[in-house]
Write a protein that binds this ligand. Sequence first.
Ligand code: NAD
Length: 350
Amino acid sequence: MKKNIAVIGYGGQGGWHADHALKSDVLNLAGIYDIKPERNALAESRGIHAYASLEEVLADPAVEIVTVATPNDTHLPIVLAALAAGKNVVCEKPVEMSLAVLDEMLAAAKAAGKLFTVHQNRRWDVDFLAMKQIITEGKIGAPINVESRIHGSRGIPSDWRCEKEHGGGMILDWGVHLIDQMLQLITDPIDNVYCTTTHITNKEVDDGFKLTINFTTGKTAYVEVGTYNFIALPRFYMQAENGSALITDWREKAQVAHCLAWHESDVLPVQTAAGITKTMAPRDSVTMETWEVERPVSDVHDFYRNFCAAIDGTAEQAIKHCEVRRVMKVMEAAFASAETGARVAFDENR
Ligand code: NAD
């Protein structure tokens, strides 16, 4: 049977959740609530029930799931109230701005005996899934270095995302997705984190960042978000033990190169503009094979399908609390590194 969901915050993302619920095979949209009357009126004009208050949502016994899609700094009281009212809760990312507050939410969920998760919907991104598939198949071996970039050229949206007090900035907005994906691609323990931020169009919060995650095994991950990049660098680049993989753009297929023979007895030097080189000589089909990976099939409805199954006790939650905590810890370390200009040691056991 479909589960009744109410969405708190009917802005851009709340609208997405409401539309998504209307098309879902596991959800029934009970209604929305937004602090702004005009947003409630808009929902009503679309045939969606608008509750008069958060209290009215939480008092409705039909509502089983509350999804919180309000600005980042407003999540905590809504999450706590919904859990205390006996609702299962989905909170938008970034769930919070500190590990301490996230832990408060997790403790509240445990005390209420209700399920709580974070909407890390970009686990269903096709480009990320293609990289995951290449690693899992193992043909080019384990990753040595993975680079994940999102480059746009429009600055930060001119809303609360520009302001620190509301949890603005790109580490919290996009970083949370890319870090979450990266920690699925390289699962080794983290040794330290180094991060720098940019403030080209916004002084108050970061409008981009460059984050290096060093793992104890020597592997490295690089995550970069830019909002002032009029030419974008590739979405994903991976160096692995026996080859490389590249996704130029999220609309494109992954390209894979597999090294067939490392030692060549006789590499012919190639002529470049002002000299010759053997080191950088391109490979041929004798020593390297290449192929494209079909874009994996993905359905983001699986996020709520999984959450509903977890409520019924028939599946494990796809987005685990320990994973959400680890992403939060990396973001905390990234902020600390950007502030001090130094590498920040990572404590896996905190
Ligand atoms: P938005 O500004 O478009 O919408 C926020 C809405 O929340 C507004 O309509 C506002 O009136 C309402 N609101 C504010 N405080 C409220 C309160 N206390 N009670 C009820 N309503 C309240 O913002 P957005 O882009 O929709 O972002 C909302 C959340 O969704 C943020 O946490 C953001 O990071 C997240 N988000 C996630 C994704 C994703 O892909 N997972 C994409 C965009 C945004």
